[in-house]
Design a protein around this ligand. Structure first.
Ligand SMILES: NC(=O)C1=CN([C@@H]2O[C@H](COP(=O)(O)OP(=O)(O)OC[C@H]3O[C@@H](n4cnc5c(N)ncnc54)[C@H](OP(=O)(O)O)[C@@H]3O)[C@@H](O)[C@H]2O)C=CC1
Ligand SMILES: O=C(CO)COP(=O)(O)O
Ligand SMILES: [Zn+2]
Length: 352
């Protein structure tokens, strides 16, 4: 008997374009969401978009409430859950970068409430994914969370955000190449389930972004359009897979470890980008495609070296040699790199 089952949860409405933040009420009422909206954001996103979202709900006679979180942590998730329970929220909107959106989707999951994703930066591919990424002690969890019912991505807001956030989003997508390679390796060596569709979609998303590099330019709102669509596509790949595997391999373990070692280090996307140069080298050797990864990152203006990340060489080596301990996810790092091998990989690729 055939017993396979899958449950792919995707957003119903993805609204992308100039000024669409002004259509928040329309997008929400189309979903038949009822009750009090709770707008969850972090400090800057609150100022650039959260306040406007709250004002729209007030004007339309809803009774919105808001909460601003500072960091991605289980404590922050609990604060949102408590606040939502106190005010008897009917649904949640996550307004911000990866941090605010992750916290909101995890709280919505716990509360059993609908959630709408309102990105203020094209900086990460968690915009539509049904996963939340949260550090805890020595580890970093990728937890199942409520995927958004709708995404409202205003390219005017995204284009006004600092350019480095957009290049971070591009780098998060470029890292899909190595994430998929790691996933395929884990499939071959450890019999980890591999989805051809999710793997192909993730890879194709990276290819299309790299091919569009010439159109991704600071000051062009169209760049935000291209990047946010790639971020949505990558999130869909994660939803098809039911895990973050299509978009998170060893380069992400490296970045998560950097977050532990240097809490106020570089942007997530920038760190995974530099990680992917080195893990591509580990996959394919000196004559392999690591130069393509580096050149693609350089073409959109993302960092390609430790120096450009603002992280010292020793920390890069420490992160590389310990990244495999972050979580139980088999990658090209295997059961760990020796210090000599890590120095070799980082030096050959010009990262240090
Ligand atoms: N769940 C998933 O599938 C995925 C999750 N992630 C997670 O997402 C996080 C990374 O996302 P990222 O967006 O880089 O992180 P943040 O949410 O921390 O945002 C990065 C910075 O951008 C600021 N910011 C956001 N929007 C604007 C804006 N419009 N103008 C000016 N500044 C702005 C934030 O301000 P402020 O400090 O005020 O918040 C913050 O300082 C990581 O925690 C990562 O693990 C990443 C990819 C996938
Ligand atoms: O950042 C991600 C995909 O880009 C997913 O994060 P995790 O590595 O925590 O699963
Ligand atoms: Zn990522």
């Amino acid at each position: 008997m055939f017993e396979k089952r899958t449950w792919i949860r995707l957003p119903r409405n993805v609204v992308v374009g100039h000024g669409v933040l002004g259509q928040t009420i329309e997008a929400v009422s189309e979903l038949h969401l009822t009750g009090r909206p709770l707008v969850v954001s972090s400090p800057t996103p609150h100022d650039v978009a959260g306040k406007r979202v709250v004002a729209q709900f007030e004007d339309e006679g809803y009774d919105p409430s808001e909460i601003v979180i500072e960091e991605a942590s289980f404590d922050a998730v609990q604060r949102v859950i408590d606040h939502a329970s106190d005010i008897d929220a009917g649904f949640l909107l996550g307004v911000g970068g990866g941090k605010a959106i992750d916290i909101t989707k995890m709280a919505a999951d716990d509360l059993g409430l609908g959630f709408v994703s309102v990105p203020t930066a094209a900086s990460h591919d968690g915009i539509v994914s049904g996963r939340g990424s949260v550090p805890e002690g020595d580890t970093r969890h990728s937890v199942a969370a409520e995927p958004p019912l709708a995404v409202i991505a205003d390219t005017e807001v995204l284009a006004e955000a600092p350019w480095r956030l957009t290049t971070a989003g591009c780098a998060d997508i470029i890292s899909n190449y190595t994430a998929v390679r790691d996933w395929q390796l884990a499939h071959r060596l450890k019999n980890v389930h591999y989805s051809e569709y999710a793997g192909a979609l993730s890879q194709m998303t990276a290819e299309m972004l790299v091919e569009s590099a010439d159109s991704i330019k600071q000051g062009l709102e169209e760049s935000s359009w291209i990047v946010v669509k790639a971020l949505v596509s990558s999130g869909v790949a994660m939803s098809i897979a039911g895990s973050s595997r299509p978009a998170s391999g060893a380069e992400h373990l490296f970045s998560h470890q950097l977050d532990r070692l240097v809490p106020d280090g570089a942007l997530h996307g920038h760190q995974v980008g530099v990680g992917s140069i080195m893990t591509e080298y580990l996959h394919s050797g000196q004559k392999g495609k690591w130069k393509d990864a580096r050149d693609a990152l350089a073409a959109i203006g993302a960092p390609t070296t430790a120096d450009e990340l603002g992280i010292d060489d020793e920390t890069v080596i420490e992160a590389l040699t310990t990244a495999h301990q972050i979580r139980d996810r088999y990658t090209v790092l295997g059961d760990g790199m020796s210090e000599e091998a890590a120095i070799e990989a980082a030096t050959v690729t010009g990262v240090i």
